[in-house]
Design a protein around this ligand. Structure first.
Ligand code: AMP
Ligand code: ZN
Ligand code: FE
Ligand code: FE
Length: 288
Protein backbone atom coordinates (compact mmCIF):
# COMPACT_ATOMS: atom_id res chain seq x y z
CA UNK A 1 0.00 0.00 0.00
CA UNK A 2 1.63 3.16 -1.22
CA UNK A 3 1.00 6.85 -1.65
CA UNK A 4 2.30 9.72 -3.79
CA UNK A 5 2.09 12.99 -1.90
CA UNK A 6 3.72 15.38 -4.36
CA UNK A 7 1.85 15.87 -7.64
CA UNK A 8 1.24 18.82 -9.98
CA UNK A 9 -1.57 19.49 -12.46
CA UNK A 10 -2.29 22.05 -15.16
CA UNK A 11 -3.53 24.41 -12.45
CA UNK A 12 0.18 25.22 -12.02
CA UNK A 13 3.09 23.97 -14.12
CA UNK A 14 2.00 20.35 -14.55
CA UNK A 15 0.30 19.13 -17.71
CA UNK A 16 -2.23 16.58 -16.40
CA UNK A 17 -5.76 17.45 -15.34
CA UNK A 18 -6.71 16.43 -11.77
CA UNK A 19 -8.81 13.59 -13.27
CA UNK A 20 -5.84 12.35 -15.31
CA UNK A 21 -3.65 12.29 -12.20
CA UNK A 22 -6.29 10.28 -10.34
CA UNK A 23 -6.84 7.91 -13.28
CA UNK A 24 -3.11 7.15 -13.31
CA UNK A 25 -2.99 6.79 -9.52
CA UNK A 26 -5.81 4.25 -9.77
CA UNK A 27 -4.01 2.28 -12.50
CA UNK A 28 -0.93 2.17 -10.27
CA UNK A 29 -2.98 0.97 -7.30
CA UNK A 30 -2.06 3.93 -5.09
CA UNK A 31 -4.01 4.10 -1.86
CA UNK A 32 -3.60 7.86 -1.22
CA UNK A 33 -2.47 10.93 -3.14
CA UNK A 34 -2.11 14.65 -2.59
CA UNK A 35 -2.11 17.47 -5.14
CA UNK A 36 0.58 20.00 -4.39
CA UNK A 37 0.31 22.61 -7.12
CA UNK A 38 2.47 25.70 -6.75
CA UNK A 39 0.64 28.46 -4.87
CA UNK A 40 -2.85 27.22 -5.71
CA UNK A 41 -5.41 24.64 -4.58
CA UNK A 42 -7.75 25.03 -7.54
CA UNK A 43 -7.33 21.42 -8.63
CA UNK A 44 -8.13 19.92 -5.23
CA UNK A 45 -11.91 19.89 -5.47
CA UNK A 46 -11.88 18.04 -8.80
CA UNK A 47 -9.22 15.64 -7.54
CA UNK A 48 -11.23 14.97 -4.38
CA UNK A 49 -14.31 14.06 -6.46
CA UNK A 50 -12.29 11.81 -8.79
CA UNK A 51 -10.53 10.16 -5.83
CA UNK A 52 -13.83 9.47 -4.06
CA UNK A 53 -15.07 7.72 -7.22
CA UNK A 54 -11.82 5.77 -7.55
CA UNK A 55 -11.66 4.77 -3.88
CA UNK A 56 -8.41 6.66 -3.31
CA UNK A 57 -7.76 8.74 -0.21
CA UNK A 58 -7.18 12.39 -1.11
CA UNK A 59 -5.19 14.97 0.84
CA UNK A 60 -5.69 18.59 -0.23
CA UNK A 61 -2.31 20.26 -0.50
CA UNK A 62 -0.17 22.95 -2.06
CA UNK A 63 3.52 23.73 -2.55
CA UNK A 64 4.46 27.21 -1.38
CA UNK A 65 7.66 28.96 -2.39
CA UNK A 66 9.37 30.38 0.68
CA UNK A 67 12.76 31.61 1.79
CA UNK A 68 14.93 31.42 4.83
CA UNK A 69 17.90 33.80 5.02
CA UNK A 70 17.56 34.52 1.28
CA UNK A 71 17.70 30.82 0.52
CA UNK A 72 14.78 29.45 -1.54
CA UNK A 73 12.94 26.52 -0.16
CA UNK A 74 9.60 24.87 -0.88
CA UNK A 75 7.06 24.17 1.78
CA UNK A 76 4.33 21.57 1.31
CA UNK A 77 1.06 22.15 3.13
CA UNK A 78 -1.14 19.06 3.67
CA UNK A 79 -4.75 18.85 4.86
CA UNK A 80 -5.12 22.54 4.12
CA UNK A 81 -8.54 24.17 4.17
CA UNK A 82 -8.81 25.50 0.61
CA UNK A 83 -11.50 27.96 1.74
CA UNK A 84 -9.41 29.53 4.51
CA UNK A 85 -9.68 33.29 3.79
CA UNK A 86 -6.10 34.27 4.58
CA UNK A 87 -4.63 31.28 2.74
CA UNK A 88 -6.77 32.17 -0.28
CA UNK A 89 -5.63 35.79 -0.09
CA UNK A 90 -1.96 34.89 0.18
CA UNK A 91 -2.19 32.40 -2.69
CA UNK A 92 -3.90 35.05 -4.85
CA UNK A 93 -0.96 37.39 -4.11
CA UNK A 94 1.58 34.70 -5.04
CA UNK A 95 -0.31 34.07 -8.28
CA UNK A 96 -0.21 37.79 -9.14
CA UNK A 97 3.53 37.82 -8.44
CA UNK A 98 3.96 34.81 -10.75
CA UNK A 99 2.03 36.51 -13.57
CA UNK A 100 4.05 39.74 -13.19
CA UNK A 101 7.23 37.68 -13.22
CA UNK A 102 6.22 36.01 -16.50
CA UNK A 103 5.81 39.47 -18.06
CA UNK A 104 9.24 40.52 -16.79
CA UNK A 105 10.92 37.31 -18.03
CA UNK A 106 9.33 37.68 -21.48
CA UNK A 107 10.38 41.36 -21.63
CA UNK A 108 13.96 40.30 -20.97
CA UNK A 109 13.74 37.60 -23.65
CA UNK A 110 12.39 40.24 -26.06
CA UNK A 111 15.35 42.52 -25.19
CA UNK A 112 17.61 39.68 -26.34
CA UNK A 113 15.97 39.95 -29.78
CA UNK A 114 13.60 36.99 -29.44
CA UNK A 115 10.03 37.99 -30.35
CA UNK A 116 8.23 35.70 -27.89
CA UNK A 117 4.71 37.04 -27.33
CA UNK A 118 3.67 37.25 -23.69
CA UNK A 119 0.07 36.46 -24.67
CA UNK A 120 1.27 33.19 -26.19
CA UNK A 121 2.88 32.26 -22.85
CA UNK A 122 -0.30 33.08 -20.93
CA UNK A 123 -2.45 31.21 -23.49
CA UNK A 124 -0.23 28.16 -23.18
CA UNK A 125 -0.10 28.38 -19.36
CA UNK A 126 -3.89 28.85 -19.16
CA UNK A 127 -3.75 29.00 -15.35
CA UNK A 128 -3.49 31.54 -12.55
CA UNK A 129 -0.21 30.18 -11.22
CA UNK A 130 2.19 30.15 -14.19
CA UNK A 131 5.92 29.50 -13.88
CA UNK A 132 9.16 29.21 -15.78
CA UNK A 133 8.22 25.85 -17.36
CA UNK A 134 5.44 27.65 -19.26
CA UNK A 135 7.92 30.18 -20.65
CA UNK A 136 10.21 27.29 -21.60
CA UNK A 137 7.36 25.46 -23.36
CA UNK A 138 6.37 28.63 -25.25
CA UNK A 139 10.00 29.10 -26.35
CA UNK A 140 10.01 25.55 -27.72
CA UNK A 141 6.59 25.88 -29.38
CA UNK A 142 7.68 29.16 -31.00
CA UNK A 143 10.79 27.33 -32.27
CA UNK A 144 13.08 29.75 -30.43
CA UNK A 145 14.59 26.82 -28.53
CA UNK A 146 15.03 23.16 -29.44
CA UNK A 147 14.14 21.78 -26.00
CA UNK A 148 12.97 22.72 -22.52
CA UNK A 149 16.48 22.06 -21.21
CA UNK A 150 17.89 24.48 -23.77
CA UNK A 151 15.33 27.13 -22.73
CA UNK A 152 16.38 26.80 -19.08
CA UNK A 153 20.09 26.71 -19.88
CA UNK A 154 20.04 29.72 -22.19
CA UNK A 155 17.50 31.91 -20.47
CA UNK A 156 15.64 30.76 -17.40
CA UNK A 157 17.99 29.11 -14.96
CA UNK A 158 19.02 31.22 -11.96
CA UNK A 159 21.66 33.69 -13.15
CA UNK A 160 20.73 33.39 -16.83
CA UNK A 161 19.64 36.55 -18.71
CA UNK A 162 15.85 36.11 -18.44
CA UNK A 163 15.85 34.82 -14.86
CA UNK A 164 13.87 37.06 -12.54
CA UNK A 165 13.88 36.56 -8.78
CA UNK A 166 10.51 35.68 -7.30
CA UNK A 167 9.01 37.30 -4.24
CA UNK A 168 8.87 34.70 -1.50
CA UNK A 169 7.24 34.58 1.86
CA UNK A 170 9.53 33.83 4.77
CA UNK A 171 9.46 30.15 5.69
CA UNK A 172 8.50 31.03 9.27
CA UNK A 173 5.44 32.94 8.03
CA UNK A 174 4.62 30.16 5.56
CA UNK A 175 4.64 27.54 8.33
CA UNK A 176 2.33 29.79 10.38
CA UNK A 177 0.03 30.27 7.38
CA UNK A 178 -0.19 26.51 6.81
CA UNK A 179 -1.03 26.00 10.49
CA UNK A 180 -3.63 28.77 10.46
CA UNK A 181 -5.28 27.02 7.48
CA UNK A 182 -5.45 23.77 9.48
CA UNK A 183 -2.58 22.14 7.61
CA UNK A 184 0.65 20.34 8.30
CA UNK A 185 3.86 22.05 7.11
CA UNK A 186 6.43 19.82 5.42
CA UNK A 187 9.81 20.81 4.02
CA UNK A 188 9.85 19.75 0.35
CA UNK A 189 12.85 18.03 -1.27
CA UNK A 190 15.57 19.40 1.05
CA UNK A 191 18.10 17.57 -1.11
CA UNK A 192 17.31 19.85 -4.08
CA UNK A 193 17.22 23.11 -2.15
CA UNK A 194 20.19 22.15 0.03
CA UNK A 195 18.32 23.40 3.07
CA UNK A 196 19.88 21.13 5.73
CA UNK A 197 21.38 23.94 7.75
CA UNK A 198 17.95 25.59 8.18
CA UNK A 199 16.16 22.50 9.46
CA UNK A 200 16.67 23.28 13.19
CA UNK A 201 15.30 26.82 12.75
CA UNK A 202 12.33 25.52 10.76
CA UNK A 203 11.63 22.95 13.46
CA UNK A 204 11.74 25.79 15.97
CA UNK A 205 9.16 27.62 13.78
CA UNK A 206 6.83 24.61 13.95
CA UNK A 207 7.76 22.49 10.95
CA UNK A 208 5.77 19.24 11.07
CA UNK A 209 7.52 17.04 8.55
CA UNK A 210 10.18 16.49 5.97
CA UNK A 211 9.90 15.07 2.45
CA UNK A 212 12.40 12.22 2.68
CA UNK A 213 11.36 10.34 -0.46
CA UNK A 214 11.58 12.29 -3.72
CA UNK A 215 12.51 11.56 -7.34
CA UNK A 216 15.65 13.63 -6.96
CA UNK A 217 16.75 12.11 -3.65
CA UNK A 218 19.19 9.23 -3.90
CA UNK A 219 18.79 6.34 -1.45
CA UNK A 220 21.51 7.84 0.73
CA UNK A 221 19.88 11.29 0.69
CA UNK A 222 16.54 9.74 1.66
CA UNK A 223 18.34 7.95 4.49
CA UNK A 224 19.91 11.20 5.65
CA UNK A 225 16.49 12.88 5.87
CA UNK A 226 14.92 9.88 7.56
CA UNK A 227 17.59 10.30 10.23
CA UNK A 228 16.83 14.03 10.46
CA UNK A 229 13.11 13.21 10.84
CA UNK A 230 13.95 10.85 13.68
CA UNK A 231 16.25 13.37 15.34
CA UNK A 232 13.74 16.24 15.24
CA UNK A 233 10.61 14.11 15.68
CA UNK A 234 9.25 15.11 12.27
CA UNK A 235 6.71 13.33 10.08
CA UNK A 236 8.09 11.58 7.01
CA UNK A 237 6.49 12.20 3.61
CA UNK A 238 7.41 11.70 -0.01
CA UNK A 239 6.27 11.90 -3.57
CA UNK A 240 7.29 11.85 -7.19
CA UNK A 241 6.85 15.60 -7.93
CA UNK A 242 5.26 14.46 -11.20
CA UNK A 243 4.55 17.37 -13.57
CA UNK A 244 3.07 15.24 -16.36
CA UNK A 245 5.11 13.36 -18.90
CA UNK A 246 8.84 13.63 -18.32
CA UNK A 247 10.82 12.46 -21.34
CA UNK A 248 7.69 10.65 -22.49
CA UNK A 249 6.97 8.93 -19.18
CA UNK A 250 4.86 9.94 -16.18
CA UNK A 251 6.81 9.59 -12.93
CA UNK A 252 3.70 9.45 -10.73
CA UNK A 253 3.98 6.51 -8.34
CA UNK A 254 7.67 5.89 -8.99
CA UNK A 255 8.59 7.13 -5.51
CA UNK A 256 6.95 4.56 -3.27
CA UNK A 257 5.82 6.16 -0.05
CA UNK A 258 4.55 3.75 2.62
CA UNK A 259 0.88 4.32 3.48
CA UNK A 260 1.88 4.51 7.16
CA UNK A 261 3.24 8.03 6.38
CA UNK A 262 -0.29 9.09 5.39
CA UNK A 263 -1.72 7.65 8.61
CA UNK A 264 0.83 9.46 10.77
CA UNK A 265 0.20 12.71 8.90
CA UNK A 266 -3.55 12.35 9.46
CA UNK A 267 -3.10 11.38 13.12
CA UNK A 268 -0.99 14.46 13.86
CA UNK A 269 -3.44 16.69 12.01
CA UNK A 270 -6.35 15.28 14.04
CA UNK A 271 -4.43 15.63 17.28
CA UNK A 272 -3.77 19.31 16.56
CA UNK A 273 -7.34 19.94 15.45
CA UNK A 274 -8.65 18.24 18.61
CA UNK A 275 -6.37 20.33 20.80
CA UNK A 276 -7.68 23.45 19.08
CA UNK A 277 -11.29 22.27 19.42
CA UNK A 278 -11.71 22.09 15.63
CA UNK A 279 -12.33 18.37 15.32
CA UNK A 280 -15.78 18.65 13.73
CA UNK A 281 -14.39 20.73 10.89
CA UNK A 282 -11.97 17.98 9.99
CA UNK A 283 -13.82 14.99 8.66
CA UNK A 284 -11.56 12.37 7.10
CA UNK A 285 -11.70 11.65 3.36
CA UNK A 286 -13.21 8.18 3.09
CA UNK A 287 -10.75 5.59 1.84
CA UNK A 288 -11.68 2.55 -0.23
P1 AMP B 1 9.27 28.68 -10.98
O1 AMP B 1 8.31 28.25 -9.91
O2 AMP B 1 8.62 29.57 -11.99
O3 AMP B 1 10.56 29.25 -10.45
O4 AMP B 1 9.66 27.35 -11.78
C1 AMP B 1 10.16 26.26 -11.08
C2 AMP B 1 9.82 24.97 -11.80
O5 AMP B 1 10.64 24.89 -12.97
C3 AMP B 1 10.13 23.75 -10.98
O6 AMP B 1 8.93 23.21 -10.46
C4 AMP B 1 10.74 22.76 -11.94
O7 AMP B 1 9.76 21.79 -12.28
C5 AMP B 1 11.03 23.56 -13.19
N1 AMP B 1 12.48 23.61 -13.49
C6 AMP B 1 13.44 24.22 -12.77
N2 AMP B 1 14.65 24.08 -13.36
C7 AMP B 1 14.44 23.37 -14.50
C8 AMP B 1 15.28 22.88 -15.56
N3 AMP B 1 16.60 23.14 -15.57
N4 AMP B 1 14.70 22.19 -16.55
C9 AMP B 1 13.38 21.93 -16.55
N5 AMP B 1 12.53 22.36 -15.58
C10 AMP B 1 13.05 23.06 -14.56
ZN1 ZN C 1 6.58 22.67 -10.59
FE1 FE D 1 9.42 22.08 -5.43
FE1 FE E 1 6.78 20.28 -6.86
Amino acid sequence: MHADLHLHTFFSDGTFSPEEVVRRAKLLGLRAISLTDHDTMEGCERAAVACAEAGIEFIPGSELTAEYNDHELHLLGYHLDAQHPRLRGEMAKFQQVRQDRIREMVARINQLGIPLAVDDVFALANCRSPGRPHVARALVEGEFCGSLDEAFERFLRKGKPAWVPKFKMSAVEAIQLVHDAGGMAVLAHPGINKSDEFIPALVEAGLDGIECFHTKHSTSLSQRYLEAAEKYNLLVTGGSDCHGLSKGKPIIGTVRVPYACVERLRAKMFERAANAGLLLAKLPTPAA
